[in-house]
Design a protein around this ligand. Structure first.
Ligand SMILES: NC(=O)N[C@H]1NC(=O)NC1=O
Length: 206
């Protein structure tokens, strides 16, 4: 297991209701004070995939400590994203894998994304659904130059297919903003499940 996966697994196992010992730091509790005290490397190991494959955002936000609470940490991530030029926002969208795409088939999704796919039933599509999803994802990407992004944990596969069909008809600026809204929803749930693993939407409830 790589350091990042190990740290995340330790934190998931050891953090309960935001106040239980983190095994990597036996002397501290992983409440907001403990999060604020993390060195950058560990902060990034734990929170680096809150925005998919964008640990740079986590490393940048680390310098905004101390955070009053988890909401403040989430707000710092959102503000960082909002301050990016449009090309930066599109870059973030391009870091997300296609839903039910090549990474799912090749088992190369990140842990978070794999759990989100499973939550929406995207790992169990019929061949007809898989074909439709693949065509629409391709059509969307050709039209906009970035992949369709939606918070899978807040939708089921039927809903995702419907949204994908409808959103293909939008203007590029509308879709860029819409995609970033979805990125923030995904980040919110990822943060919650890291720090509050007993939350109703946490992946360990699968
Ligand atoms: N393309 C896309 O929306 N991907 C993502 N959505 C989600 O909830 N997890 C992802 O990886």
């Amino acid at each position: 297991m790589c350091t990042s996966a190990l740290t995340q697994s330790l934190v998931r196992r050891s953090v309960r209701a935001g106040h239980v010992t983190n095994h990597k730091y036996p002397h501290i509790n992983m409440d907001i004070d403990a999060i604020n005290a993390l060195p950058c490397e560990d902060f990034v190991n734990i929170f680096g995939n809150v925005v998919e494959k964008c640990p740079l955002i986590t490393a940048a936000v680390w310098s905004r400590r101390p955070f009053a609470n988890l909401t403040a940490l989430e707000a710092a991530i959102s503000e960082f994203i909002d301050a990016l030029p449009e090309s930066g926002k599109e870059g973030i969208l391009r870091c997300y894998p296609d839903l039910a795409g090549r990474d799912l088939q090749g088992d190369t999704l990140t842990r978070e994304s794999r759990e989100e796919h499973a939550r929406a039933g995207l790992d169990a599509l019929s061949s007809g659904e898989a074909l439709r999803m693949s065509r629409l994802n391709w059509e969307y990407k050709v039209r906009f130059g970035f992949p369709f992004v939606i918070c899978a944990r807040m939708n089921d596969k039927a809903n995702i297919l419907q949204q994908l069909t409808e959103r293909c008809r939008n203007e590029r600026t509308v879709e860029r903003a819409r995609g970033i809204e979805e990125v923030k929803k995904i980040s919110h749930l990822r943060l919650q499940s890291l720090v509050l693993p007993d939350a109703p939407n946490a992946p360990n409830k699968l």
